[in-house]
Ligand binder design. Structure first.
Ligand code: LAC
Length: 220
């Protein structure tokens, strides 16, 4: 596979959510359940916000989802604790294989991030993860005020990179994201970080890989 550029999803793909899990572990009774509910509501609210055409950025959506998860689980959190849970989103860590794979791919391709994250979250997050220098472009949905999987979001990449969509390989661990990216017209690779099935919607991804090292080999 030899695309002209590779574009990556951020959360759960390049960086993990360990800081979020750790923050939950310190503050709530059932951290795994709480964390999963928080993440799923966060994504649900992105979809709702897009459908209602009433954009609130990823930080606001994440905060709303945290309020929901807190209320639904009957957790008691002080304002300070809530804030420390939110701050954990600004401390993403790179997956180990992502760091290695990106190092190899960086020499061969222009690389970009295309994420639901707000500009501020992405800037702080990539800086914290030590990944800033890997990416030629960091594209946030903030620019189009709608979330993935809107084609308007994916359309940011060809525009900014100056590469036509068919020549871009888009990589995400989030099933809905690869489905949307494929529908838009990218080549797609699903990085299967968890034992979950693919959403049976739309077309299947062009490639399924288990790590960034495998992805680096595939694009060598
Ligand atoms: C992102 C979410 C989907 O980074 O993880 O866009």
């Amino acid at each position: 596979v030899r695309p002209d550029a590779i574009v990556f999803d951020m959360y759960g793909t390049v960086t993990n959510l360990k800081a979020v899990s750790n923050a939950c572990a310190d503050l709530v009774e059932d951290p795994a359940g709480f964390g999963a509910l928080w993440r799923s509501k966060q994504l649900e609210y992105t979809f709702l916000s897009s459908l209602m055409e009433d954009y609130e950025d990823f930080w606001q959506v994440t905060e709303a989802a945290l309020h929901y998860a807190t209320a639904a689980t009957g957790s008691r959190l002080t304002e300070g604790q809530r804030s420390s849970l939110m701050q954990s989103w600004l401390r993403p860590e790179p997956y180990e294989d992502a760091f290695k794979g990106l190092q190899e791919m960086k020499d061969r391709y222009p690389l970009a991030i295309l994420s639901n994250g707000s500009r501020g979250m992405l800037k702080k997050g990539l800086n914290h993860a030590g990944l800033e220098s890997f990416f030629d472009h960091v594209l946030s949905v903030d620019e189009v005020k709608v979330f993935k999987p809107s084609p308007k979001v994916y359309g940011l990449a060809p525009n900014r990179l100056g590469v036509c969509k068919e020549r871009i390989l888009f990589v995400s661990s989030n099933s809905f994201d690869v489905v949307g990216a494929k529908k838009y017209g990218f080549q797609t690779a699903w990085i299967r970080r968890e034992e979950v099935p693919l959403d049976p919607l739309g077309e299947t991804p062009d490639y399924v890989v288990s790590s960034f090292e495998e992805l680096a080999l595939l694009t060598a």
